[in-house]
Every structure is written in structure tokens, then in C-alpha cells.
Write a protein that binds this ligand. Structure first.
Ligand code: NAD
Ligand code: IPM
Ligand code: MN
Length: 359
């Protein structure tokens, strides 16, 4: 197959981890006889510096002419004092909205060889396998009015029935392909938008009698997520709750650097982005964990290109590298044992090559 991939590296560790993911995709292309074209575009802080716009129209056009988008991360202290419209994060929100990428899939899976990397007890973490389905183009991130004066500030949390319906349906469909359970997380004891959310879940469940449904309030869900994470299969929730809960869930896996995500709509087009940010504290040091970006690339192969075998090959190679005891600094415990971003990526490439020698 021939595919065009727009690569938006962004800021901080974005270029470091996306370069690693592109290297992996190049190996996959060679091994499986595909042609991937990589075209680079600007987003976030670096786009503000070059175009005075966190999402230049050139970038939108590039993505429109691509089959999928691979994104690094945006943001950093350099732009933190910018006015709202000129913040790197605006570029990320704008690209999600422009392409209507309403469903953000954030898998949380305990890697057997990494159980000790989590500060949680091994018996809590073992066998965790959940999918957080985060609504990505609505809610308080996008509601109007949104403004601040010296004496007051307002953000608006609004959801339409249609917006809730499509994300809830997505969650039910995913649950059917997994263990058949949906946990809907809301704040229906306080928020009107959550009451509507809960109503929609109750309506939709009629069409999915095979799927078990539970509702949880977000505060106690945050607690249960790390006291009994095995109890979750598919977690569906609104934009901001999903943002917060997914960083919390990274504690189960042992590092934010392990958490991939897919931001998709219904027709297969998608943007693939690690859950983590630009990590200014380690940017430029060559030590970032590229696993989240590499696993996001695997999600791209699976969800946008229908390349399940290729995606599984990447995931297996990543697992094997961990089993063999190779880690970047975020997971190594001590830095003298840690591999650099490039060295760790080399190991994954070595594993991919080995899969072909042994087949
Ligand atoms: P962050 O995710 O960038 O970093 C949090 C912590 O995790 C840091 O200590 C960092 O070093 C570590 N970390 C994250 N990814 C890592 C990796 N791959 N390897 C090793 N360590 C990793 O969150 P933050 O510090 O709160 O935010 C920094 C900037 O990133 C902010 O400007 C924020 O807006 C932005 N951000 C962007 C995205 C995105 O582009 N998708 C996501 C989150 C935050
Ligand atoms: C994420 C990030 C973004 C979000 C920020 C950078 C706008 O935290 O992708 O999780 O809140 O969605
Ligand atoms: Mn986040």
C-alpha cells in the first residue's frame, strides 16, 4: 500500500520522539512492502515562531492531502505568557476541531515486564487492560464564552446530544470488541451536561444489551482507577475528565512516555499523538521515551490503514525490548542503565528485523 503521512513534530521532545516513530515506520514499510511518504508541517510553538500562527493554513492543507497525521507534542515555557490565540496548545485544539476528531482512544495496558516501574503494587497493576475513550472536540475546551478580565474569568461547558451520542456509540462499539463493559464517567450529581451525558448512555445501552454498563462519578472514579484498575474495560468520558484521568492512568503503566493515543472520526482519518506533552525538562537531551510515539504510529497503522499485522509487529517488538531489560531514563530506575532515545529505538528496530529472520 502507498500512504501519505503528515508529520507534525511540534515542540520540546516532539521532534525527538516523532523521528523515532518515523524510523520504525520506515522499517515496517521496507519489511511489508509498503510505501509511506512523510511530509513535515509546523504546529504549536515552532509554528508561532515561523508563521505567527500555532496552526498555519499550510499545515491544514498538508494534513488534508494526507492519509493520517503523526503528531509529537506542543508547548513550552517560551510561549507560556503568550495571549490565548497565540499559544501552542491552541494549535492542537484547532487541528482536532478542524478535522472533527471527536474520539480520542487512549489504551492503558500493563506491560508484564514493567510491573515494577509503577509505584502501585504489582498485584494492582498486573493484567490491567483498559481503553479510555475521551471526547475530544467539545466540552469546556471549546465552549463560548471563554474570556478573562482582571476581576473575573469564564469558561463554558456545553455538550449537545449529538456530540454525546457519537462518542458513547464509539465506546459501545469498542466494548463489543473487548470485554463488553463500559464505564461512563461524569459528574451528574452536579453538572447539567453530565445529566444529559448519563441520559444518552442510558438510551444507547438499549441497543447494546450484550454490553454491561456502569456510571461512576469522576471523583471516585479517579480513586478507583488506581486502587482497582482491573475493574475497567472501556471508560468513556468528556473532554477534560478524560484528559486528567488518562495522565493519572499512566501511573499504572509506569510512565507517561508509554501512553499512545489515536484521535479519530468515523471515516478512518486520524491524528496519532502520544498522551504526554513536550516535556521541557528533558527536551533536547536525547533521553525521552519514544515508546508512546512509536505505539501511536502502530495505532495509525491499525486504525487508519487497516494494517493489523504491521501494528502487532511493532507492539511485539516494543514488548520484547522491555522484556530484554532495555529502558529509557524514565523507566530505568538509575540513569547509568538507561538507553538514549536513539539507542532504545535501535533495539526496537533490531527486534523487528529479528521477527523477519525467524519467520
Ligand atoms: P508533560 O507530559 O510534557 O511532562 C510531564 C512529565 O512527564 C515531565 O516530567 C516529563 O519529563 C515527563 N515525560 C513526558 N513524556 C515523557 C517521555 N516521552 N519520556 C520521558 N519523560 C516524559 O507535561 P507538562 O510538563 O505538564 O507540560 C509541558 C508542556 O507540554 C506544556 O506546554 C503543555 O501544555 C504541553 N502539553 C502538550 C501535549 C500535547 O501536545 N499533546 C500534552 C500535554 C501537555
Ligand atoms: C493532551 C494535552 C492537551 C489537552 C493540551 C496540550 C491542550 O494535555 O493531549 O492530553 O488537554 O487535550
Ligand atoms: Mn493531557
Amino acid at each position: 500500500m502507498e500512504k501519505r503521512v503528515a508529520v507534525l513534530q511540534g515542540d520540546g521532545i516532539g521532534p525527538e520522539v516523532t523521528s523515532a516513530a518515523v524510523r520504525i515506520l520506515e522499517v515496517v514499510a521496507r519489511r511489508f512492502n509498503h510505501t509511506f511518504h512523510f511530509d513535515y508541517g509546523s504546529i504549536g510553538g515552532e509554528a508561532i515562531d515561523s508563521f505567527n500562527d500555532p496552526l498555519p493554513k499550510e499545515t491544514i492543507e498538508l494534513c488534508e492531502s494526507s492519509d493520517a497525521v503523526l503528531l509529537g507534542a506542543v508547548g513550552g515555557p517560551k510561549w507560556d505568557r503568550n495571549p490565548s490565540e497565540l499559544r501552542p496548545e491552541k494549535g492542537l485544539l484547532a487541528i482536532r476541531k478542524h478535522f472533527d476528531l471527536f474520539a480520542n482512544l487512549r489504551p492503558v495496558k500493563a506491560v508484564p515486564s514493567l510491573l515494577q516501574a509503577s509505584p502501585l503494587k504489582e498485584e494492582i497493576v498486573r493484567e490491567v487492560d483498559m481503553m479510555i475513550v475521551r471526547e475530544l472536540t467539545g466540552g469546556i475546551y471549546f465552549g463560548l464564552p471563554s474570556r478573562k478580565t482582571a476581576t473575573a474569568a469564564v469558561d463554558t461547558l456545553v455538550y449537545t446530544r449529538e456530540e454525546i451520542e457519537r462518542i458513547v456509540e464509539k465506546a459501545f462499539e469498542l466494548a463489543r470488541m473487548r470485554r463488553g463493559k463500559v464505564t461512563s464517567v461524569d459528574k451528574a450529581n452536579v453538572l447539567e451536561s453530565s445529566k444529559l451525558w448519563r441520559e444518552v448512555v442510558e438510551e444507547k445501552r438499549q441497543r447494546y444489551p450484550d454490553v454491561e454498563v456502569e456510571h461512576q462519578l469522576v471523583d471516585s472514579a479517579a480513586m478507583k482507577l488506581i486502587t482497582n484498575p482491573k475493574a475497567f474495560d472501556v471508560v468513556v468520558t468528556e473532554n477534560m475528565f478524560g484528559d486528567i484521568l488518562s495522565d493519572e492512568a499512566s501511573v499504572i503503566t509506569g510512565s507517561l512516555g508509554l501512553m499512545p493515543s489515536a484521535s479519530v472520526r468515523s471515516d478512518g482519518f486520524g491524528l496519532y499523538e502520544p498522551v504526554h506533552g513536550s516535556a521541557p525538562d528533558v527536551a533536547g537531551m536525547g533521553i525521552a521515551n519514544p515508546a508512546a510515539a512509536i505505539l501511536s504510529a502502530a495505532m495509525m497503522l491499525r486504525y487508519s490503514f487497516g494494517m493489523d499485522t504491521e501494528a502487532a509487529a511493532i507492539e511485539k517488538a516494543v514488548d520484547t525490548v522491555f522484556e530484554d531489560g532495555h529502558f529509557t531514563a524514565d523507566l530505568a530506575g538509575s540513569t547509568d542503565r538507561a538507553l538514549s532515545t536513539t539507542e532504545w529505538t535501535d533495539k526496537v528496530i533490531g527486534e523487528l528485523d529479528l521477527q523477519f529472520v525467524s519467520n
